[in-house]
Design a protein around this ligand. Sequence first.
Ligand code: ADP
Ligand code: MG
Length: 684
Amino acid sequence: MKNSPRIGELAGVGPKSAPLFAALGIATASDLLEYLPFRYDDLRFPTKSSALGTYPGEENAVGRVTHVKERRVRGLEIVEVRLRDEAGEFIAKWIGRNRYVVGRFKEGMRLFVRGRVERTLAGPAINVSHYAQLGPDESYRGEMVPIYRASKDLTTRKIASVVEKNLPALLELAGDDPVPPAIAKARGFAPLREAYAHVHLPRDPEQAQAARERFIFGEFLVLASAAALRRMQREGEHDASALQIPPALLAEFEGALPFPPTGAQRRVIEEIWRDMSRDIPMNRLLQGDVGSGKTLVAAAAIVLAARNGVQSALMAPTEILATQHAQKLAPLLVPFGITLEAVFGSQSARSRAGALDRLASGEAAVAVGTHALLTEGVDFARLGLAIIDEQHRFGVEQRARLRAKGGSPHTLHMTATPIPRTLAQSVYADLDLSIIDELPPGRTPIETFAVRTSRLDEVYAFVEANLARGYQAYIVAPAIDEESELTSVVAEAERLKAEIFADRRVGLLHGRLSGREKDEVMGRFARGELDVLVATTVIEVGVDVPNASVMVVLDAHRYGLAQLHQLRGRVGRGAAKSFCVLVYPDDTGETQRLGILTESNDGFRIAEEDLHLRGAGEFAGTQQSGAADLWIADLVRDIDVYAQAKAAAEQILARDPRLERPEHAGLRAQLASGRSTMALVLSS
Ligand code: ADP
Ligand code: MG
């Protein structure tokens, strides 16, 4: 890419506005070129006054001023202008904002106005969002106005005017075109520079849309190529241990279980074992709702590894989780004579040293631990399997460090945050996917209610009734301190201790406590030494306290559905009938959205709904993965385009795996530039 001038060197950008551009991430002229509008106001066609108000969005009108009325109501300036066109009369209203319109309009002036239309007794009234004065004889010539993501001090209007003033110079800076010419031609794409001109200053919506499609496709092509290259590299090395699957092993494993595996567990075990029997390192994501029985699947993978004389390491994000894994895994592994070592930060030096010796000598077949597993000094005799639980809680680099402890081990990532398959295949482009889509039999579903805040007393009475039966409860709220209107866990815990649950043992857990303090509180709750745990979503990650039977979520309107489902999964883990109460403020119309949770316990269905309500950028589990960094494409909205780009990427790489042909130079350059690091994050 050419050297780009700083933004301050452009016409219309001064020393005052340059930092405002920089604050939006626009430091250079080419950043500005790539800063695409996210929508347009179509000012091309005025509607006749007689037809105004038939369309739900904003409308345009042109007329001559016949009357001006200005008044002040409770401190708000209201300017009302009556206009006439050839079909009749209408009103244009400016309310509150736009002080500068006061005194500006005179009878006889010609105006263009745009805004949402209300039908009133006095005729159609436009709440003006955009206007322009026209000369007495000026014929109206509307345009497509690009709307950019703006800030308080830098308006979209200002951004648009700088783009327009500098457009020819900006177009000169257009970078490498990732779309090879033949594909661009086949898809009917305009040349890159033209597409930039069209996306910033379109003649009509069709032109804008066609240009956007080009950029979306290009972005996905880079992403999909990066993932495909990564997969090719992984599959090309053939350096993993190809494990032998003894014919009777599955039957033997199942025979040692306290219960038969579900069909889904068995299918997933077979998928994992098949991967592990190849010399290509497995890179598989195991998705399964809370309680779907992922531990058993992990155990099956460990058993196969151990049978082949290679070690396994399981890493979990917290000590409590790691401890629980160790406790749950041990009985599943004992029948196979597999011993397990724990590696935690808080472990005594002595027990740590013993564990490390046995892992280094190969005497111990399995290590279960936290990030502590990544530290230097943790060595394996022959690590062949790395299992990463709640994989999105770890960074790419941490996951890579665990794998590095063993050359090219097979890797199994596990998550309880279901992501719809289509999205997962693109977000985690280089991961194969296994899904446990069936819960073990005999679960009583968690009963879920959505309740208004005004009935909080009743909710707490319900909690008390469950405590009286010997069960425990979680109460989750979004804020730590009282700096917002949201419920704070610190304040609510105080209030509950003093008033509502004065006779109960109430604990407090939030993200500002140290890791050790968190483990301490969580441990007390797990041992039944606390009755109520007031917490932020730090408890979201799968801690298992079977005696907890109620989950109350305050300000439930602040959470995504998938996250609420995840929180709900903290209860219903024992024999007790369990409940989840979602409390939302009386003035938010949340019943419909939360209704999805009261009706369904199906994590995948909930994830699907959540995705459509929130979009991929905000989707739980994808933030950390970097999906939100996509530039103009949207994985949910544009998923079909992604599929096409992925197919194109695979074709390109099949013919030209090193992207050496001249027509692939643009794609290669884009992959080498910073943008593709995003793709790598997504695919690892
Ligand atoms: P996850 O880690 O997926 O949330 P777990 O592996 O902790 O779920 O399993 C949840 C519970 O279900 C555990 O108590 C486990 O013993 C039990 N379980 C797992 N698989 C089965 C099965 N096939 N039949 C009956 N119970 C099962
Ligand atoms: Mg689990």
